[in-house]
Design a protein around this ligand. Structure first.
Ligand code: SF4
Length: 337
């Protein structure tokens, strides 16, 4: 805006139109003169996604497949609840982390998303839904910490007052445990929540499910968690997807208790949603509850997350095929906190 000769207050006005009101055209910015709008239209583009498809689950969960300007596709999931609405957004097209239980992993990494592509998911879904968005989780396609140079400025847009103005504690960044980048996130964006996707509580099992664990075993991961800068009432969220016969045993629960000792945290357990073409199964409800009880008995705040949108999750990966896409979609678990 400065380069185009505008005063700072004009930039703020434009920012409010874009992020608060979500307009898609300079002509809608009615507190700018016609000439100013023309200057902007001549020099700036407001790129948008194309909606490829949308699925609506019985519980109101909506899954969007967006096409980016270069043809890549990403998935964004809106999860309405009684008192909040959470958006699960993608940070990469595809993913290089190769987690064994995840369909996105199968297509590999296509590319990092740009800052605007991360933020636009929020704006685009806000335009298409009728309830205020309260929470954003970066748990869609991709490993957010592998794209920190775009993720950090996107987080700033999400929380700043002249941006989307979400409460920072309602924004969560998830990682499979990229240790050096966790420290960097703590330095550059300590105001958001950190969620760690555990996979399993022993290195042997964890490496099987989450290959980056080979490079950063649990000792290194937990050291990074213990030194993560937390505010006075802040906790690290540990996300643990329970897979039948793989990581859902009492022994794994006890190992998890040991690993979490001394870490200010909350654990979210999620029963795995079977995905087409992957060998893993969902555990019985009793197994999930028994796992939870072991953690509760050790004094660890542990919640079993409801599976959301299961009827559309069942079709996960098929959506893209239906739409003629070649790469599979991400496995969608319920968004965290
Ligand atoms: S679970 Fe997340 S980090 Fe792992 S491959 Fe899938 S998208 Fe990537």
């Amino acid at each position: 805006m400065g380069e185009l000769g505008f005063k700072p207050y004009r930039a703020e006005q434009v920012s409010r139109w874009l992020y608060e009101k979500g307009v898609v055209d300079f002509d809608e910015m009615t507190n700018l003169s016609k000439d100013d709008r023309q200057v902007l239209a001549d020099h700036v583009t407001l790129p948008r996604f194309e909606l490829v498809s949308e699925q609506v689950a019985e519980d109101g969960t909506r899954k969007f497949l967006f096409r980016l300007p270069d043809g890549e596709t990403i998935e964004t999931v809106w999860l309405p609840e009684e008192r909040r609405a959470t958006l699960c957004i993608s940070t990469q097209a595809g993913c290089a982390m190769a987690c064994g239980f995840c369909l996105t992993a199968r297509g590999g990494l296509r590319r990092n998303l740009e800052v605007w592509e991360i933020v636009e998911q929020v704006l685009e879904v806000r335009r298409r839904t009728d309830r205020p968005l309260t929470n954003v989780v970066m748990m869609g396609m991709g490993e957010p910490l592998a794209n920190l140079d775009a993720v950090i400025p996107a987080l700033e847009r999400l929380v700043e007052q002249k941006g989307i103005a979400l409460a920072p504690r309602r924004v969560t960044v998830s990682t499979v445990g990229l240790v050096p980048q966790m420290a960097e996130l703590g330095r550059r964006a300590p105001y958001v929540n950190l969620a760690v996707s555990m996979g399993a509580a022993t290195d042997e099992k964890r490496i099987e499910l989450v290959p980056p664990a080979k490079k950063w075993p649990l000792d290194a991961l937990m050291t990074a968690c213990r030194s993560y800068p937390l505010g006075p009432r802040q906790k690290i969220f540990f996300e643990y997807i329970l897979i039948a016969g793989v990581n859902d045993s009492p022994a794994q629960a006890k190992a998890l208790v040991k690993r979490l000792h001394g870490v200010r945290c909350k654990v979210n357990l999620m029963a795995y949603n079977p995905a087409p073409g992957l060998p893993y199964q969902r555990p019985e409800r009793a197994t999930v509850l028994a796992f939870q009880q072991i953690l509760l008995d050790a004094g660890i705040a542990t919640f079993v997350r409801k599976s959301r949108g299961q009827d559309i999750l069942a079709a996960c990966g098929q959506l893209r095929r239906q739409e003629g896409e070649t790469a599979p979609l991400t496995q969608l678990d319920e968004a965290a906190p």
